[in-house]
Design a protein around this ligand. Structure first.
Ligand code: CIR
Length: 259
């Protein structure tokens, strides 16, 4: 199964409650209209990369529901409903189950602990799960069981302390290459892969997504853009400053699927 080739993306419209989204450090609220505009640009970038974008209904009761990646994992025709680790996000799992059940051939549910999709990196050969403040050992074990129909082995690592999710700091950018911050790669968790290090000082750029022939990354990180282009990657830039105000990045606003 290729970790970079997709046909569809599932996204969720932001609802006005997104201005109350969780954030690790107190800061300004996002502007709702700007958030909607940036989300629209993000969807267009996914379409430019060749995906059919399917919009799931907004969930006004859940401020962070636009970050759909944290509630589910999709591998080919198998979906896993996760157990988001933030108490205010737990109910997103039931909601997304309805969206997924009609779209995937098989579906399992993580039955114990907690695990956020932001802590799950799927490569060509394995599922790497980062234990974090949102993903615990019980969740990792339950995920291993729920992901078994995908046929992919699962390995757990540690998300760096004070980093929200594993994929806050890394992304798969081709079949055997991971783009990673220095602090995460230093743990040795990517020894089996080629690693391209994110330029120091541009760590927020590490949460990028490879979608078919394109790397989609945030505007505002020129060294990262130049580095990727010099390595032969085609880069598409998207502004995601409003999502960043509530600790969101590019990976978390869609579920990329290959059907
Ligand atoms: C949260 O703290 O849960 C949201 N405000 C941001 C979630 C971002 N998710 C992700 O990077 N996978």
């Amino acid at each position: 199964m290729s970790p970079i080739r997709f046909t569809h993306a599932l996204v969720r419209s932001p609802s006005p409650s997104v201005v109350d989204g969780l954030r690790a450090i107190d800061g300004p609220d996002p502007d709702f209209d700007c958030f909607v505009a940036e989300h629209g640009e993000y969807c267009l970038a996914l379409e430019r990369a060749g995906l059919a974008v399917e919009m799931m209904a907004e969930l006004p009761a859940f401020a962070d529901a636009v970050f759909v990646e944290d509630a589910a994992l999709c591998i080919g025709n198998h979906a896993v409903v996760l157990r988001p680790g933030a108490p205010s996000r737990a109910g997103e799992a039931d909601a997304i189950q309805l969206d997924l059940s009609s779209r995937f051939r098989t579906m399992e549910t993580v039955a114990d602990g907690c695990v956020d999709g932001g802590d799950i990196l799927v490569t060509a050969s394995e599922i790497i799960v980062g234990r974090s403040a949102r993903t615990n050992s019980a969740g990792v074990m339950a995920l291993a069981a729920a992901a078994r129909p995908s046929g992919m082995p699962l390995r757990s690592v540690d998300t760096p302390v004070d980093v929200l999710h594993l994929k806050t700091d890394c992304a798969i950018i081709d079949e055997g290459t991971i783009f990673s911050t220095r602090r995460l790669a230093a743990s040795g968790c990517f020894e089996e892969y080629n690693v391209i290090l994110c330029p120091d000082g541009e760590e927020p750029a590490a949460n990028l997504i490879r979608v078919n022939d394109v790397v989609i990354m945030r505007t505002g990180f020129p060294e990262t853009t130049a580095l990727l282009e010099s390595n032969g990657y085609q880069v598409d830039l998207v502004q995601a400053d409003e999502a960043a105000l509530v600790d969101g990045g590019l990976s978390c606003m869609s579920l990329r699927c290959a059907w």
